[in-house]
Ligand binder design. Sequence first.
Ligand code: SAH
Ligand code: SF4
Length: 386
Amino acid sequence: MKSRLPAPEAPYIAEPLAHADQPVHDERVPIYLHELGFDELRARLAADGLRPAHAATLWNALQYRAQTDLLAREDFPPPLRRWLEWRLGVECLLDMPEVSSHTPSSDGLTDKFLLRLQDGQEIETVVMGYEGRHTACVSTQAGCAMGCVFCATGQMGFARHLRPGEIVAQVLHARRVLQGAGRRLRNLVLMGMGEPLHNYDNVMKALQILSDTRGCNIGPSKMSISTVGVVPGILRLAEEDRPYNLAVSLHGSTEEERAALIPANQRWPLHELVQSCRTYGEKTGRKIFFAWTLIAGVNDSPAHARRVAALLQGLRAHVNLIPLNETAGYAGRECAESSASVFHGIIQDAGIPCTIRQKRGIDVAAGCGQLKAARRKRERAAPQAA
Ligand code: SAH
Ligand code: SF4
């Protein structure tokens, strides 16, 4: 079988950005405004002679109000308006993904969007509103290189990494959706398409911008990075003491079992993954969330539950059990409620907090990558359709 593991070359790194203490700007390189932190935006504007107050006004429009039609802001001070007329669309670009499709769930609690990026790649962004808490679930890559057999995104393969601005723009889209309903976005999960730790630098840059209290103001403790288990990324998070929640997708309790579901287990085996989690826990003192997708007849037995409990002993862990969403390449494996409940009981009895994630809004949300997969299927069936 063709391996879909990440290519050995260095991950895509964003174009160099103007830095606060290096305001020199190379005019040949277009800058994406959404991926400048506040100080970087101030430095960029200062290089063209604008004042810090202008940067504050522009930042507020971009990152707080989530506005995209900047030229329509007649209340902007004249120097800022002139700067936008001069620079926007030439040296300074905006990330404004188009909505390819919007599917609300029948319970009204989930809105799933397929967003089209400037190069035509499509990614999924979901806005969820359970129990008064609003959460955006965003993508970090177009496709994914990890090839997990049950995952619709993994079944598509890898297209490219997202730039920081493309990650930020998804959250701003969610913010606009909620603003329209008078609601505030408080939580962010990186559980859409892609593997966040395979795109480490761009993801960290985006999270730093999104946590700025002058902009989106999502607290770092309200942000969760979900990883398939990219060991060097987990160790780097620990080393850099990043203040975000970490969720690790486990799904298998032995090397063989996990490798059959997650090809990346060959590169970062389960024992190394658990060891990196221990190091992470010791260095940061943080709890780790472990995701376990329950797949009938594959990993949902009491013996599996006991092995998971043994594996996680001594870690500050919380286990999230996720019922499988069937995908085109992986069907007929939905776990029975009774098996989920027995599994849950065994983990809890071992002293590890455990939650069964409810399958709400399932008619729309389905799993990661499923909206795009469904669209591709329709397009193949009717290729002449728009
Ligand atoms: N790449 C990261 C984050 C994106 S996937 C990761 O793998 O953790 C987010 C979560 O959705 C993961 O826990 C993944 O295992 C789970 N997932 C993917 N496809 C699924 C499916 N068909 N049913 C249930 N969970 C699924
Ligand atoms: Fe990639 Fe996560 Fe899907 Fe695996 S589950 S293929 S890592 S997006």
